[in-house]
Write a protein that binds this ligand. Structure first.
Ligand SMILES: [Zn+2]
Length: 185
């Protein structure tokens, strides 16, 4: 079964609690299956692994329960997770790195957060790249939006400006892989 790092769960939950309170978090839990609710209610160690499907269901429920139109909650959650998770464990690496250096390490970084899917980076110019995730399991479109937000914030943390990322292909919409095209200044 595909798994996602506990750290991602913890910060995604913290994002919901910070923005929508305990009551908002409870409403999201109520929209989930008993199995998912149990996983999300228990203490999650940052270094542990939990089902990616549960993480995806949580993000999807967050959007359905708390999301307003055009307010992309999963993407915001992804930005929050990157900001906090990377500050904690990769602060020096990220802050001192250039966008290109971070892209060199992106494939490794992906493996720290998800145990399925291979992240491949194709640099297409000095300020542009394509990220492809091959074979990600247990995800959904909300999970992809979370990934988009995570990428976006990570690039900003390296000092890149006007970061734009478009999710052009999606395995969960029937494409052969998930593809993100990024540009920055
Ligand atoms: Zn996708």
């Amino acid at each position: 079964m595909a798994k996602t790092k506990g750290l991602s769960f913890n910060y995604a939950i913290e994002f919901v609690r910070e923005n929508y309170g305990e009551e908002g978090f409870k409403r999201v839990l109520d929209a989930l299956s008993d199995g998912d609710r149990m996983i999300l209610s228990e203490k999650i160690l940052p270094v542990s692994w939990r089902p990616t499907k549960t993480f995806s269901n949580f993000l999807d429920a967050t959007e359905k329960v708390l999301g307003k139109k055009k307010h992309n909650l999963s993407r915001e959650a992804g930005r929050f997770v990157a900001e906090h998770a990377l500050s904690k464990f990769y602060k020096v690496v990220i802050r001192l790195a250039s966008p290109m250096k971070v892209l060199d390490r992106a494939s490794e970084l992906w493996k720290d957060f998800d145990d399925t899917g291979e992240l491949q980076i194709e640099k297409t110019g000095p300020n542009s790249a394509i990220a492809r995730i091959i074979g990600h399991q247990g995800g959904n479109e909300a999970n992809c939006n979370h990934t988009l937000g995570f990428f976006e914030r990570t690039m900003e943390m390296t000092g890149a400006k006007n970061v734009s990322i478009v999710h052009t292909k999606c395995i969960f919409r029937g494409d052969e892989c998930c593809e993100y095209i990024g540009t920055w200044e």
